[in-house]
Design a protein around this ligand. Structure first.
Ligand code: PPS
Length: 293
């Protein structure tokens, strides 16, 4: 069977998108959130799967251990806006979830989030990753994921990253928009990928206190072990090996999981240009990222 071509970037209300994330738009916008839903939000490649798995283990590893070995993470934590031929649309998966709470993932910039999540005052966990590592991870993802636009070479990808011509739009506006929302929506926890790498246990504690749950020390230790990079990479239910559109011969989904891999990709000139452009775009002094730990 002939493979479908890679999708083109489209301009969607001022944000670059691909049709796989806009085809189901009415159902996305009309999605009915419930008060105990937990929305996991990230710019792509910022640690979505990591935090999704942490939450899933925290809530369900005791009561439904069979989930861990039989249902891939992307079904346990549906991706709200996705609509691709190989699986049911994210809204349908989310509507069919029988768990409570429901864990739902999205990459939508703040202005696109279905209004019911605000009306229901849902808890939201946002994960942000420094722009340089985020761009590198996104580049390798676009190389191996045939449902993403063609990335081109690293230099042209990086230029487009700076221009915001990426699926889900500019990284800069995404991380800032959600950061600023924290001021008015108290049920938003803003985590940093770098903090999670530095001390997963500490961030796990922050997460538990935000969620109002108190797992035992033993349970927390189990979660910490399960979500270690090497364990998630080996685990077929968390490493995306069951998704047909990804070519792991090009690059694995669980690639490196490091802070600072950008240093292996950016030339000195690219780094200078990126930093200069970054200063112009990132105006909020309270939002600070670490590019090494
Ligand atoms: S996606 O496609 O947007 O859902 O991808 P996402 O899960 O957000 O990001 C994938 C990157 O996160 C890394 N990752 C981890 N790093 C450290 N520890 C753990 N447990 C972990 N789980 C996922 C993953 O390796 C991708 O980053 P890179 O830099 O490409 O390795």
């Amino acid at each position: 069977m002939e493979k479908p071509p890679r999708p083109d970037l489209i301009d969607f209300h001022g944000i670059s998108m691909i049709h796989y994330f806009t085809d189901n738009w009415e159902n996305i916008q009309n999605f009915q959130a419930r008060p105990d839903d937990i929305l996991i939000v990230t710019y792509p490649k910022a640690g979505t799967t990591w935090v999704s798995y942490i939450l899933d283990l925290l809530y369900f590893s005791q009561t439904a251990p069979e989930r861990q070995t039989s249902i891939p993470i992307y079904e346990r934590v549906p991706f709200l806006e996705i609509s691709i031929p190989v699986m049911p649309p994210g809204t349908e998966l989310a509507n069919n979830l029988s768990t409570s709470p429901r864990l739902i993932k999205t990459h939508l910039p703040i202005q696109f989030v279905p209004k019911s999540f605000w009306e229901q005052n849902c808890r939201i966990v946002y994960v942000a990753r420094n722009a340089k590592d985020n761009a590198v991870s996104y580049f390798h993802f676009d190389r191996m994921n045939m449902a993403q636009p063609e990335p081109g070479d690293w230099n042209s990808f990086l230029q487009r990253f700076m221009e915001g011509k990426m699926v889900f739009g500019p990284w800069y506006d995404h991380v800032t928009g959600w950061w600023e929302k924290k001021q008015s929506h108290s049920k938003l926890l803003y985590l940093f990928f770098e903090d999670m790498v530095e001390d997963t246990g500490r961030e796990l504690d922050r997460l538990c206190s935000f969620l109002g749950i108190s797992p035992s020390a033993e349970e927390k230790e189990k979660v910490k072990r399960g979500v270690q990079f090497d364990n998630m990479k080996k685990n077929n239910m968390t490493n995306y090996s069951t998704i047909p559109v990804m070519d792991f011969k090009i690059s694995p989904f669980m690639r490196k999981g490091k802070v600072g891999d950008w240093k292996n990709h950016f030339t000195v000139a690219q780094n200078e240009q990126f930093d200069e452009d970054y200063q112009k775009k990132m105006k909020n002094p309270t939002l600070r990222f670490r590019t090494e730990v």
